[in-house]
Design a protein around this ligand. Structure first.
Ligand code: ZN
Length: 311
């Protein structure tokens, strides 16, 4: 039986040629001034790229805020989103937790995790499980590339190949996109517009990828939720143990806080929205016609697709 997913080689358009004989310049010992300028330029580009990766918030200015739009009632609402998976262990733990509380989240997944390696089958199963349990799958590129630090051809490939991978796996259109590192530039905005993709940024980021501490994740998110007015998109990573461990504590805190608010009647309770709520909010007449048709098909074919996916 053929595999439902491709090897990465099948979807890449790289023209790298291996085994080429090095040119004479490769054996020069003393660099020329032109070469020196080239080294310095590459060093500066490299430093800039590393700085961008280490400080994603410097790149996210300009995305829609609040990321999920306003709360209709003005009451606090959150949408849970998880990036960079699927991860065999932590995605599974997070799905268990969400299922036990009937919460529907959004997963921004990268293609390379389902393309190769011994764990691929398990991760493909997680993709199908997430769809079966009502979560939304969204596009986060194949290789988690900073799309504003790469050329247009590579950027387009990263978006399109990942859409292809997850559409094949889920049988559903991929409606939402999140730019790795929050990178934002004209090139990316044009590509998203051409493809009718909606970028979903975030409002609450506990940065567990940096400190890796579950307690810090819980404390940060709780502090933000305690003072939340309106809607907020929460960003965590289903590739990080800290988020998988913190999630039950955060959800327990919300339950306790809502009980307290109901008793005291001093504040509206915090609602956890089904991520698919955003689909209608983002469908606007300005989007390309084909996208509208695809989204309509999404609604009507969902039950068929789910029945095909259920073993
Ligand atoms: Zn990411």
């Amino acid at each position: 039986m053929s595999s439902p997913f491709h090897r990465q080689d099948d979807v890449r358009s790289s023209s790298f040629t291996f085994g080429q004989v090095p040119s004479v310049r490769a054996y020069q010992i003393h660099p020329t001034s032109r070469q020196l300028r080239g080294y310095i330029y590459r060093l500066l580009v490299g430093v800039g790229f590393i700085a961008a990766i280490c400080h994603p918030s410097t790149l996210d200015a300009g995305w829609r805020k609040p990321a999920g739009g306003p709360s209709a009632s003005g009451a606090p609402e959150i949408i849970l989103t998880f990036d960079d998976g699927p991860h065999q262990e932590y995605t599974s733990t997070i799905l268990d937790e969400l299922q036990s509380r009937d919460i529907k989240a959004m997963f921004f997944w990268v293609g390379h995790r389902v393309l190769r390696g011994k764990k691929t089958t398990a991760q493909v199963d997680l993709v199908r499980r997430a769809v079966r349990e009502g979560h939304l799958i969204a596009n986060h590129t194949v290789n988690h590339v900073n799309l504003c630090a790469t050329d247009a051809e590579e950027a387009a490939h990263e978006i399109d190949a990942n859409a292809h991978i997850y559409q094949r796996l889920t049988g559903l259109p991929i409606i939402f996109f999140r730019s790795p590192y929050g990178a934002r530039c004209k090139q990316l905005l044009r590509m998203l517009k051409e493809r009718g993709l909606s970028h979903l940024h975030w409002d609450i980021d506990p940065r567990e990828w940096f400190h890796r501490d579950a307690e810090q994740v819980r404390d940060y998110v709780v502090r933000k939720l305690r003072n939340l007015n309106g809607r907020a998109v929460v960003l965590m990573h289903d590739t990080k143990a800290a988020s998988a461990r913190a999630l039950p504590d955060i959800l327990n805190w919300i339950d306790e806080e809502n009980r307290r608010r109901q008793l005291e009647g001093d504040q509206p309770t915090i609602r956890i929205l089904d991520a698919s709520t955003l689909v209608n909010a983002y469908l606007t007449p300005a989007m390309p016609h084909w996208f509208g048709q695809t989204a309509t098909r999404y609604v009507y074919t969902l039950s068929d697709t789910l029945s095909r996916l259920v073993p």
